[in-house]
Design a protein around this ligand. Structure first.
Ligand code: ATR
Length: 476
Protein backbone atom coordinates (compact mmCIF):
# COMPACT_ATOMS: atom_id res chain seq x y z
CA UNK A 1 0.00 0.00 0.00
CA UNK A 2 1.53 3.36 -1.02
CA UNK A 3 1.84 6.01 1.65
CA UNK A 4 -0.59 8.88 1.51
CA UNK A 5 1.66 11.83 0.75
CA UNK A 6 -0.21 13.79 -1.90
CA UNK A 7 -1.92 17.07 -0.92
CA UNK A 8 -4.33 16.81 -3.82
CA UNK A 9 -5.17 14.45 -6.66
CA UNK A 10 -6.06 15.34 -10.21
CA UNK A 11 -7.91 13.16 -12.71
CA UNK A 12 -7.87 13.90 -16.43
CA UNK A 13 -4.50 14.52 -17.99
CA UNK A 14 -5.52 16.53 -21.05
CA UNK A 15 -3.72 19.86 -21.47
CA UNK A 16 -5.72 21.80 -18.86
CA UNK A 17 -5.32 19.00 -16.32
CA UNK A 18 -1.59 18.59 -16.89
CA UNK A 19 -1.01 22.32 -16.62
CA UNK A 20 -2.97 22.59 -13.38
CA UNK A 21 -0.91 19.72 -11.94
CA UNK A 22 2.34 21.48 -12.86
CA UNK A 23 1.00 24.75 -11.44
CA UNK A 24 0.02 23.06 -8.13
CA UNK A 25 3.38 21.34 -7.89
CA UNK A 26 5.24 24.58 -8.57
CA UNK A 27 3.44 26.11 -5.56
CA UNK A 28 4.81 23.39 -3.27
CA UNK A 29 2.02 20.82 -3.33
CA UNK A 30 2.53 17.11 -3.93
CA UNK A 31 0.05 15.97 -6.56
CA UNK A 32 -1.27 12.49 -7.37
CA UNK A 33 -2.51 12.01 -10.94
CA UNK A 34 -4.81 9.58 -12.70
CA UNK A 35 -6.24 9.26 -16.18
CA UNK A 36 -8.69 6.82 -17.72
CA UNK A 37 -6.18 5.91 -20.44
CA UNK A 38 -3.27 4.78 -18.28
CA UNK A 39 -0.64 5.34 -20.99
CA UNK A 40 -1.27 9.06 -20.55
CA UNK A 41 -0.18 8.82 -16.88
CA UNK A 42 3.07 7.13 -17.84
CA UNK A 43 3.74 9.62 -20.63
CA UNK A 44 3.19 12.53 -18.25
CA UNK A 45 5.38 11.06 -15.48
CA UNK A 46 8.17 10.33 -17.95
CA UNK A 47 7.77 13.73 -19.62
CA UNK A 48 6.67 17.06 -18.20
CA UNK A 49 6.23 15.69 -14.65
CA UNK A 50 9.70 14.18 -14.39
CA UNK A 51 11.69 15.11 -11.30
CA UNK A 52 8.72 16.79 -9.66
CA UNK A 53 6.52 15.86 -6.69
CA UNK A 54 3.95 14.20 -8.92
CA UNK A 55 2.81 10.62 -8.27
CA UNK A 56 0.87 8.36 -10.61
CA UNK A 57 -2.06 6.26 -9.47
CA UNK A 58 -2.75 3.74 -12.20
CA UNK A 59 -5.98 2.42 -10.69
CA UNK A 60 -8.64 4.33 -8.82
CA UNK A 61 -7.75 2.46 -5.64
CA UNK A 62 -4.02 3.12 -5.96
CA UNK A 63 -4.68 6.78 -6.76
CA UNK A 64 -6.95 7.32 -3.75
CA UNK A 65 -4.42 5.61 -1.47
CA UNK A 66 -1.86 8.28 -2.42
CA UNK A 67 -4.00 11.09 -1.00
CA UNK A 68 -3.73 12.65 2.45
CA UNK A 69 -7.01 12.99 4.36
CA UNK A 70 -9.36 14.67 3.95
CA UNK A 71 -8.81 13.66 0.37
CA UNK A 72 -9.24 16.28 -2.34
CA UNK A 73 -9.63 15.14 -5.94
CA UNK A 74 -9.83 17.58 -8.79
CA UNK A 75 -11.66 16.27 -11.86
CA UNK A 76 -10.57 17.72 -15.21
CA UNK A 77 -12.36 15.46 -17.68
CA UNK A 78 -14.66 16.29 -20.57
CA UNK A 79 -17.90 17.92 -19.37
CA UNK A 80 -21.00 15.72 -19.32
CA UNK A 81 -21.31 12.05 -18.51
CA UNK A 82 -17.52 11.67 -18.15
CA UNK A 83 -17.77 13.67 -14.91
CA UNK A 84 -20.44 11.31 -13.56
CA UNK A 85 -18.39 8.27 -14.63
CA UNK A 86 -15.33 9.65 -12.86
CA UNK A 87 -17.28 10.43 -9.69
CA UNK A 88 -18.68 6.88 -9.68
CA UNK A 89 -15.21 5.43 -10.18
CA UNK A 90 -13.78 7.07 -7.06
CA UNK A 91 -16.63 7.29 -4.57
CA UNK A 92 -16.32 3.61 -3.45
CA UNK A 93 -12.85 4.45 -2.11
CA UNK A 94 -13.78 7.74 -0.44
CA UNK A 95 -15.11 8.47 3.03
CA UNK A 96 -17.27 11.24 4.51
CA UNK A 97 -15.47 14.58 4.51
CA UNK A 98 -13.51 13.83 1.34
CA UNK A 99 -13.74 16.44 -1.41
CA UNK A 100 -14.42 16.18 -5.14
CA UNK A 101 -13.74 19.27 -7.24
CA UNK A 102 -15.05 19.46 -10.79
CA UNK A 103 -12.88 21.99 -12.63
CA UNK A 104 -14.37 21.39 -16.08
CA UNK A 105 -16.94 23.48 -17.93
CA UNK A 106 -19.92 21.69 -16.43
CA UNK A 107 -23.44 23.04 -16.64
CA UNK A 108 -24.39 24.61 -13.30
CA UNK A 109 -27.53 22.49 -13.03
CA UNK A 110 -25.41 19.32 -13.32
CA UNK A 111 -23.24 20.72 -10.54
CA UNK A 112 -26.31 21.39 -8.39
CA UNK A 113 -27.45 17.81 -8.95
CA UNK A 114 -24.03 16.29 -8.22
CA UNK A 115 -23.52 18.40 -5.12
CA UNK A 116 -26.79 17.33 -3.55
CA UNK A 117 -26.34 13.68 -4.50
CA UNK A 118 -22.84 13.51 -3.05
CA UNK A 119 -23.93 15.35 0.08
CA UNK A 120 -26.18 12.37 0.78
CA UNK A 121 -23.03 10.26 0.97
CA UNK A 122 -21.21 12.79 3.16
CA UNK A 123 -18.89 13.86 0.35
CA UNK A 124 -18.15 17.53 -0.25
CA UNK A 125 -18.58 18.56 -3.87
CA UNK A 126 -17.11 21.70 -5.38
CA UNK A 127 -17.84 22.87 -8.93
CA UNK A 128 -15.30 25.40 -10.01
CA UNK A 129 -14.90 27.53 -13.07
CA UNK A 130 -11.32 27.68 -14.30
CA UNK A 131 -10.62 30.29 -16.94
CA UNK A 132 -7.48 31.33 -18.73
CA UNK A 133 -6.92 28.56 -21.22
CA UNK A 134 -3.84 26.40 -21.23
CA UNK A 135 -1.49 29.24 -20.39
CA UNK A 136 -3.65 30.38 -17.47
CA UNK A 137 -3.90 26.85 -16.10
CA UNK A 138 -0.12 26.65 -15.99
CA UNK A 139 0.73 30.12 -14.68
CA UNK A 140 -2.36 31.44 -12.91
CA UNK A 141 -5.98 31.05 -13.96
CA UNK A 142 -9.07 32.77 -12.65
CA UNK A 143 -10.78 30.23 -10.38
CA UNK A 144 -14.47 30.42 -9.43
CA UNK A 145 -15.36 27.71 -6.90
CA UNK A 146 -18.81 26.98 -5.51
CA UNK A 147 -20.58 24.07 -3.82
CA UNK A 148 -20.16 22.75 -0.29
CA UNK A 149 -18.60 25.56 1.67
CA UNK A 150 -17.17 23.11 4.25
CA UNK A 151 -14.62 22.18 1.56
CA UNK A 152 -13.32 25.72 1.26
CA UNK A 153 -11.01 25.88 4.32
CA UNK A 154 -9.20 22.82 2.97
CA UNK A 155 -9.08 23.51 -0.79
CA UNK A 156 -9.07 27.33 -0.65
CA UNK A 157 -5.36 27.71 0.12
CA UNK A 158 -4.44 25.36 -2.74
CA UNK A 159 -6.74 26.99 -5.29
CA UNK A 160 -5.72 30.50 -4.24
CA UNK A 161 -2.05 29.53 -4.47
CA UNK A 162 -2.34 28.59 -8.14
CA UNK A 163 -4.64 31.45 -9.16
CA UNK A 164 -3.76 34.68 -10.93
CA UNK A 165 -3.53 37.83 -8.82
CA UNK A 166 -4.96 41.31 -9.20
CA UNK A 167 -2.47 44.21 -9.35
CA UNK A 168 -2.87 44.65 -5.57
CA UNK A 169 -1.97 40.99 -4.98
CA UNK A 170 -5.43 39.55 -4.24
CA UNK A 171 -5.87 36.03 -5.66
CA UNK A 172 -8.36 35.76 -8.54
CA UNK A 173 -9.99 32.92 -6.63
CA UNK A 174 -12.54 33.17 -3.88
CA UNK A 175 -15.55 31.23 -2.68
CA UNK A 176 -18.47 32.15 -4.94
CA UNK A 177 -21.46 30.46 -3.33
CA UNK A 178 -23.41 27.25 -2.81
CA UNK A 179 -24.34 24.52 -5.27
CA UNK A 180 -23.73 25.47 -8.89
CA UNK A 181 -22.82 29.10 -8.17
CA UNK A 182 -19.19 28.70 -9.24
CA UNK A 183 -20.07 27.12 -12.55
CA UNK A 184 -22.85 29.66 -13.09
CA UNK A 185 -20.41 32.54 -12.65
CA UNK A 186 -17.95 30.84 -15.02
CA UNK A 187 -20.75 30.37 -17.55
CA UNK A 188 -21.65 34.08 -17.38
CA UNK A 189 -17.95 34.88 -17.79
CA UNK A 190 -18.04 32.93 -21.03
CA UNK A 191 -21.24 34.63 -22.18
CA UNK A 192 -19.63 38.01 -21.58
CA UNK A 193 -16.58 36.75 -23.44
CA UNK A 194 -18.79 35.93 -26.44
CA UNK A 195 -20.19 39.48 -26.37
CA UNK A 196 -16.73 41.07 -25.97
CA UNK A 197 -15.43 39.12 -28.95
CA UNK A 198 -18.48 39.92 -31.07
CA UNK A 199 -18.15 43.64 -30.32
CA UNK A 200 -14.48 43.64 -31.21
CA UNK A 201 -15.49 41.87 -34.41
CA UNK A 202 -18.06 44.57 -35.18
CA UNK A 203 -15.49 47.34 -34.64
CA UNK A 204 -13.12 45.44 -36.95
CA UNK A 205 -15.88 45.00 -39.54
CA UNK A 206 -16.61 48.74 -39.59
CA UNK A 207 -12.92 49.64 -39.82
CA UNK A 208 -12.40 47.15 -42.62
CA UNK A 209 -15.51 47.68 -44.72
CA UNK A 210 -16.53 51.26 -43.99
CA UNK A 211 -13.16 52.94 -43.39
CA UNK A 212 -11.25 50.57 -45.68
CA UNK A 213 -8.36 50.11 -43.25
CA UNK A 214 -5.79 47.37 -43.76
CA UNK A 215 -5.03 44.74 -41.14
CA UNK A 216 -1.78 46.41 -40.02
CA UNK A 217 -3.57 49.78 -39.75
CA UNK A 218 -6.28 48.18 -37.62
CA UNK A 219 -3.63 46.50 -35.50
CA UNK A 220 -2.29 49.95 -34.65
CA UNK A 221 -5.76 51.17 -33.68
CA UNK A 222 -6.34 48.21 -31.34
CA UNK A 223 -2.86 48.58 -29.86
CA UNK A 224 -3.67 52.23 -29.10
CA UNK A 225 -7.05 51.33 -27.60
CA UNK A 226 -5.32 48.77 -25.43
CA UNK A 227 -3.52 51.56 -23.56
CA UNK A 228 -6.81 53.23 -22.58
CA UNK A 229 -10.16 52.38 -21.05
CA UNK A 230 -10.51 49.32 -23.32
CA UNK A 231 -7.20 47.86 -22.10
CA UNK A 232 -7.73 44.10 -21.94
CA UNK A 233 -6.41 40.74 -23.02
CA UNK A 234 -8.90 40.44 -25.91
CA UNK A 235 -8.01 43.87 -27.34
CA UNK A 236 -4.31 43.06 -26.95
CA UNK A 237 -4.51 39.74 -28.79
CA UNK A 238 -6.66 41.37 -31.49
CA UNK A 239 -3.84 43.86 -32.15
CA UNK A 240 -1.38 40.96 -32.32
CA UNK A 241 -3.63 38.89 -34.59
CA UNK A 242 -4.08 41.78 -37.06
CA UNK A 243 -0.30 42.28 -37.21
CA UNK A 244 0.41 38.65 -38.13
CA UNK A 245 1.38 37.81 -41.72
CA UNK A 246 0.92 34.40 -43.29
CA UNK A 247 4.24 32.60 -43.84
CA UNK A 248 3.16 31.17 -47.19
CA UNK A 249 1.48 34.12 -48.92
CA UNK A 250 2.87 37.10 -47.01
CA UNK A 251 -0.69 38.41 -46.63
CA UNK A 252 -2.29 39.29 -43.28
CA UNK A 253 -3.19 35.88 -41.85
CA UNK A 254 -6.57 37.12 -40.62
CA UNK A 255 -7.62 37.81 -44.22
CA UNK A 256 -7.07 34.14 -45.07
CA UNK A 257 -9.17 32.72 -42.25
CA UNK A 258 -12.65 31.49 -43.16
CA UNK A 259 -15.39 33.60 -41.57
CA UNK A 260 -17.38 30.82 -39.89
CA UNK A 261 -17.30 30.77 -36.09
CA UNK A 262 -17.38 27.67 -33.93
CA UNK A 263 -18.78 27.43 -30.43
CA UNK A 264 -18.70 24.96 -27.58
CA UNK A 265 -22.00 25.95 -25.99
CA UNK A 266 -21.32 28.10 -22.94
CA UNK A 267 -22.66 31.21 -24.69
CA UNK A 268 -25.77 29.26 -25.52
CA UNK A 269 -26.10 28.14 -21.89
CA UNK A 270 -25.80 31.74 -20.71
CA UNK A 271 -28.53 32.82 -23.10
CA UNK A 272 -30.73 29.89 -22.11
CA UNK A 273 -30.30 30.80 -18.45
CA UNK A 274 -31.23 34.40 -19.25
CA UNK A 275 -34.40 33.25 -21.00
CA UNK A 276 -35.25 30.83 -18.21
CA UNK A 277 -34.71 33.40 -15.47
CA UNK A 278 -36.39 36.16 -17.48
CA UNK A 279 -33.36 38.44 -17.29
CA UNK A 280 -32.79 40.57 -20.40
CA UNK A 281 -29.34 39.66 -21.76
CA UNK A 282 -29.95 40.22 -25.46
CA UNK A 283 -26.44 41.40 -26.27
CA UNK A 284 -24.95 38.13 -25.05
CA UNK A 285 -27.59 36.19 -26.98
CA UNK A 286 -26.91 38.28 -30.10
CA UNK A 287 -23.26 37.27 -29.87
CA UNK A 288 -24.31 33.61 -29.93
CA UNK A 289 -26.65 34.19 -32.88
CA UNK A 290 -23.91 36.11 -34.69
CA UNK A 291 -21.76 32.97 -34.55
CA UNK A 292 -24.71 30.95 -35.80
CA UNK A 293 -25.27 33.21 -38.82
CA UNK A 294 -21.54 33.23 -39.54
CA UNK A 295 -21.72 29.45 -39.78
CA UNK A 296 -24.21 29.75 -42.68
CA UNK A 297 -21.34 30.52 -45.03
CA UNK A 298 -22.69 28.90 -48.20
CA UNK A 299 -26.14 30.38 -47.70
CA UNK A 300 -24.66 33.83 -47.12
CA UNK A 301 -22.49 33.62 -50.21
CA UNK A 302 -25.53 32.70 -52.29
CA UNK A 303 -27.65 35.43 -50.67
CA UNK A 304 -24.94 38.03 -51.25
CA UNK A 305 -25.54 37.64 -54.99
CA UNK A 306 -29.26 38.41 -54.80
CA UNK A 307 -29.97 40.53 -51.73
CA UNK A 308 -28.99 44.16 -52.13
CA UNK A 309 -27.66 46.59 -49.57
CA UNK A 310 -26.37 50.15 -49.53
CA UNK A 311 -22.90 51.21 -50.68
CA UNK A 312 -20.38 51.47 -47.88
CA UNK A 313 -18.39 54.48 -49.12
CA UNK A 314 -17.10 56.77 -46.38
CA UNK A 315 -16.41 60.44 -46.88
CA UNK A 316 -15.98 61.69 -43.36
CA UNK A 317 -13.11 62.18 -40.96
CA UNK A 318 -11.64 58.72 -40.33
CA UNK A 319 -9.94 59.68 -37.08
CA UNK A 320 -13.16 61.15 -35.74
CA UNK A 321 -14.98 57.95 -36.64
CA UNK A 322 -12.32 55.85 -34.92
CA UNK A 323 -12.73 57.98 -31.79
CA UNK A 324 -16.49 57.38 -31.97
CA UNK A 325 -15.90 53.69 -32.48
CA UNK A 326 -13.80 53.39 -29.34
CA UNK A 327 -16.61 54.97 -27.33
CA UNK A 328 -19.26 52.80 -28.99
CA UNK A 329 -17.29 49.69 -28.14
CA UNK A 330 -16.79 50.85 -24.58
CA UNK A 331 -20.45 51.77 -23.99
CA UNK A 332 -21.66 48.53 -25.58
CA UNK A 333 -19.29 46.61 -23.36
CA UNK A 334 -20.72 48.32 -20.29
CA UNK A 335 -24.18 47.13 -21.35
CA UNK A 336 -23.14 43.51 -21.88
CA UNK A 337 -21.46 43.44 -18.47
CA UNK A 338 -24.55 45.05 -16.96
CA UNK A 339 -26.57 42.20 -18.50
CA UNK A 340 -24.15 39.55 -17.22
CA UNK A 341 -24.20 40.93 -13.68
CA UNK A 342 -27.98 41.28 -13.77
CA UNK A 343 -28.17 37.65 -14.86
CA UNK A 344 -26.06 36.61 -11.87
CA UNK A 345 -28.39 38.69 -9.72
CA UNK A 346 -31.38 36.84 -11.13
CA UNK A 347 -29.74 33.48 -10.46
CA UNK A 348 -28.79 34.53 -6.93
CA UNK A 349 -32.45 35.32 -6.22
CA UNK A 350 -33.67 32.11 -7.85
CA UNK A 351 -31.19 29.74 -6.19
CA UNK A 352 -30.60 31.58 -2.92
CA UNK A 353 -26.91 32.28 -3.59
CA UNK A 354 -25.24 35.19 -1.85
CA UNK A 355 -23.05 36.45 -4.66
CA UNK A 356 -20.57 39.26 -4.02
CA UNK A 357 -20.45 41.10 -7.34
CA UNK A 358 -17.50 43.27 -6.39
CA UNK A 359 -15.47 40.15 -5.62
CA UNK A 360 -16.63 38.47 -8.81
CA UNK A 361 -15.39 41.46 -10.83
CA UNK A 362 -12.03 40.98 -9.15
CA UNK A 363 -12.02 37.22 -9.86
CA UNK A 364 -12.10 38.22 -13.54
CA UNK A 365 -9.51 40.98 -13.22
CA UNK A 366 -6.59 38.72 -14.13
CA UNK A 367 -6.01 35.20 -15.38
CA UNK A 368 -9.14 34.79 -17.48
CA UNK A 369 -9.99 35.63 -21.07
CA UNK A 370 -12.06 38.73 -20.22
CA UNK A 371 -9.39 40.22 -17.94
CA UNK A 372 -9.43 44.00 -18.34
CA UNK A 373 -8.67 47.23 -16.50
CA UNK A 374 -12.40 47.97 -16.79
CA UNK A 375 -13.13 45.30 -14.15
CA UNK A 376 -11.54 47.56 -11.52
CA UNK A 377 -14.29 50.09 -12.22
CA UNK A 378 -16.96 47.40 -11.86
CA UNK A 379 -15.32 46.22 -8.64
CA UNK A 380 -15.41 49.74 -7.26
CA UNK A 381 -18.99 50.34 -8.35
CA UNK A 382 -20.16 47.31 -6.35
CA UNK A 383 -17.91 48.14 -3.41
CA UNK A 384 -19.59 51.55 -3.21
CA UNK A 385 -23.07 50.09 -3.60
CA UNK A 386 -23.35 46.28 -3.31
CA UNK A 387 -27.10 46.41 -3.98
CA UNK A 388 -26.82 48.25 -7.28
CA UNK A 389 -29.87 47.16 -9.34
CA UNK A 390 -27.81 47.63 -12.52
CA UNK A 391 -24.24 48.49 -13.32
CA UNK A 392 -25.69 51.23 -15.55
CA UNK A 393 -26.81 53.08 -12.41
CA UNK A 394 -23.35 53.28 -10.83
CA UNK A 395 -22.28 56.95 -10.95
CA UNK A 396 -19.08 56.04 -12.81
CA UNK A 397 -20.96 54.17 -15.54
CA UNK A 398 -23.73 56.80 -15.70
CA UNK A 399 -21.04 59.30 -16.66
CA UNK A 400 -19.35 56.85 -19.03
CA UNK A 401 -22.51 56.05 -21.01
CA UNK A 402 -23.55 59.68 -21.02
CA UNK A 403 -20.18 60.74 -22.45
CA UNK A 404 -20.27 57.95 -25.05
CA UNK A 405 -23.91 58.35 -26.02
CA UNK A 406 -23.63 60.63 -29.07
CA UNK A 407 -20.64 58.74 -30.51
CA UNK A 408 -22.35 55.39 -29.90
CA UNK A 409 -25.45 56.55 -31.79
CA UNK A 410 -23.37 57.89 -34.68
CA UNK A 411 -21.58 54.55 -35.01
CA UNK A 412 -24.76 52.46 -34.92
CA UNK A 413 -26.45 54.84 -37.42
CA UNK A 414 -23.44 54.73 -39.74
CA UNK A 415 -23.39 50.94 -39.57
CA UNK A 416 -27.09 50.69 -40.36
CA UNK A 417 -26.82 53.18 -43.25
CA UNK A 418 -23.79 51.30 -44.59
CA UNK A 419 -25.42 47.90 -44.34
CA UNK A 420 -22.84 46.54 -41.90
CA UNK A 421 -24.42 44.27 -39.28
CA UNK A 422 -23.75 45.37 -35.69
CA UNK A 423 -26.02 43.10 -33.63
CA UNK A 424 -24.08 43.56 -30.39
CA UNK A 425 -23.56 47.33 -30.66
CA UNK A 426 -27.17 47.94 -31.61
CA UNK A 427 -28.71 45.55 -29.10
CA UNK A 428 -26.55 47.07 -26.37
CA UNK A 429 -27.80 50.52 -27.36
CA UNK A 430 -31.41 49.32 -27.43
CA UNK A 431 -30.91 47.77 -24.01
CA UNK A 432 -29.58 51.06 -22.73
CA UNK A 433 -32.45 53.02 -24.27
CA UNK A 434 -35.05 50.59 -22.95
CA UNK A 435 -33.55 50.55 -19.47
CA UNK A 436 -33.56 54.36 -19.28
CA UNK A 437 -37.16 54.60 -20.58
CA UNK A 438 -39.76 55.37 -17.95
CA UNK A 439 -42.40 54.52 -20.51
CA UNK A 440 -42.18 51.63 -22.97
CA UNK A 441 -44.87 50.60 -25.47
CA UNK A 442 -45.88 47.54 -23.43
CA UNK A 443 -49.19 49.26 -22.62
CA UNK A 444 -50.23 48.53 -26.20
CA UNK A 445 -48.98 44.96 -25.86
CA UNK A 446 -51.06 44.45 -22.73
CA UNK A 447 -54.09 45.80 -24.56
CA UNK A 448 -53.50 43.30 -27.37
CA UNK A 449 -53.15 40.45 -24.89
CA UNK A 450 -56.36 41.47 -23.20
CA UNK A 451 -58.10 41.88 -26.58
CA UNK A 452 -57.39 38.40 -27.92
CA UNK A 453 -56.84 36.42 -24.74
CA UNK A 454 -58.56 38.28 -21.89
CA UNK A 455 -55.18 38.38 -20.13
CA UNK A 456 -56.11 41.60 -18.27
CA UNK A 457 -54.07 44.73 -17.66
CA UNK A 458 -53.18 47.13 -14.88
CA UNK A 459 -54.09 50.83 -15.19
CA UNK A 460 -51.87 53.85 -14.66
CA UNK A 461 -54.61 55.43 -12.56
CA UNK A 462 -55.26 52.40 -10.31
CA UNK A 463 -53.11 50.65 -7.67
CA UNK A 464 -50.58 48.07 -8.89
CA UNK A 465 -51.92 44.54 -8.68
CA UNK A 466 -55.47 45.54 -9.55
CA UNK A 467 -56.41 43.98 -12.90
CA UNK A 468 -58.92 45.08 -15.53
CA UNK A 469 -60.51 43.51 -18.53
CA UNK A 470 -62.25 45.30 -21.36
CA UNK A 471 -64.77 43.99 -23.83
CA UNK A 472 -62.84 45.46 -26.77
CA UNK A 473 -65.26 44.62 -29.57
CA UNK A 474 -68.51 45.07 -27.76
CA UNK A 475 -69.49 41.60 -28.91
CA UNK A 476 -68.63 39.63 -25.79
P1 ATR B 1 -8.50 15.46 -25.31
O1 ATR B 1 -8.86 15.46 -26.76
O2 ATR B 1 -7.58 16.58 -24.94
O3 ATR B 1 -8.09 14.12 -24.79
P2 ATR B 1 -11.10 14.99 -24.20
O4 ATR B 1 -11.31 13.85 -25.14
O5 ATR B 1 -12.20 15.94 -23.97
O6 ATR B 1 -9.85 15.88 -24.59
O7 ATR B 1 -10.66 14.34 -22.83
C1 ATR B 1 -10.25 15.16 -21.78
C2 ATR B 1 -10.00 14.27 -20.59
O8 ATR B 1 -11.22 13.67 -20.20
C3 ATR B 1 -9.03 13.14 -20.86
O9 ATR B 1 -8.23 12.99 -19.71
C4 ATR B 1 -9.95 11.94 -21.04
O10 ATR B 1 -9.40 10.70 -20.69
P3 ATR B 1 -8.67 9.78 -21.79
O11 ATR B 1 -7.29 10.28 -21.89
O12 ATR B 1 -8.76 8.40 -21.21
O13 ATR B 1 -9.47 9.93 -23.06
C5 ATR B 1 -11.02 12.29 -20.07
N1 ATR B 1 -12.27 11.57 -20.32
C6 ATR B 1 -13.10 11.75 -21.37
N2 ATR B 1 -14.17 10.93 -21.24
C7 ATR B 1 -14.00 10.23 -20.10
C8 ATR B 1 -14.77 9.24 -19.41
N3 ATR B 1 -15.96 8.84 -19.88
N4 ATR B 1 -14.26 8.75 -18.25
C9 ATR B 1 -13.09 9.19 -17.77
N5 ATR B 1 -12.34 10.12 -18.36
C10 ATR B 1 -12.78 10.64 -19.51
Amino acid sequence: VPTATADIGLVGLAVMGENLVLNLESRGFTVAVHNRTVARIDDFLAGRAQGRRILGGRSAEEFVALLKKPRAIMIMVRAGSAVDDTIELFTPYLEPGDILIDGGNSHYLDTERRASRLADRGLLFVGTGVSGGEEGALNGPSVMPGGHEAAWPHVGPMLQAIAARTPDGTPCCDWVGAGGAGHFVKMVHNGIEYADMQMIGEAYHLMRDVLGLSAPEMSDVFARWNTGRLGSYLIEITANILAKTDDVTGLPLVDLILDTAGQKGTGKWTSEAALTLGVPAATIAEAVFARAISALKDERVAASRVLEGPATSFEGDKDAFLADLELALYASKICSYAQGFALMGGAAREYGWRLDFGRIAHLWREGCIIRAVFLDDIHEAYMEEPRLPSLLLAPFFQRATSEASAAWRRVVSRAVLSGVPVPAFSSALSYFDAYRSAKLPANLLQAQRDYFGAHQYERTDAPRGQFFHTDWTGEG
